[in-house]
Design a protein around this ligand. Sequence first.
Ligand code: DQA
Length: 142
Amino acid sequence: MKILVINGPNINMLGVREPDIYGKNSFSDLLSLLRKIAEDENITVDQFQSNHEGALVDAIQGALGTYDGIVINPAAYTHTSIAILDALKAVGIPTVEVHISDVDNREDFRQISYAGMACIKTIKGQGLDGYRQAIRFLIDTI
Ligand code: DQA
């Protein structure tokens, strides 16, 4: 099984960025965690992070024919990007949405998720462990 983990803008700033909300673990800790999950589950987990909406769309399109599942944290583009929603719908790859923070209990503008409309599950407020839960869900489901 091959899973692509896609992270949107500012996720590369983990650890530095609002640690009260996103935790103290760094982006490099997240990458180590993904490597560990791949090893534990005996699957391939690749990752892509970009601060650019079009690059995220390109990564989703590029997953077609190569990846069995996608885990995506579109970050701020969650709440604005119809392009990411359309790309996920276009490829039709089973996708789980992850949010490190508990977006349900944050600002009103975070209450809509366009990407989530194309996802089979959303995991929120579980910190970095949300990525593990998302991958596990894909393994159990697809
Ligand atoms: C986030 C939540 C978004 O609202 C925010 O813009 C992010 C990160 C999260 O992982 O909790 O950048 O997706």
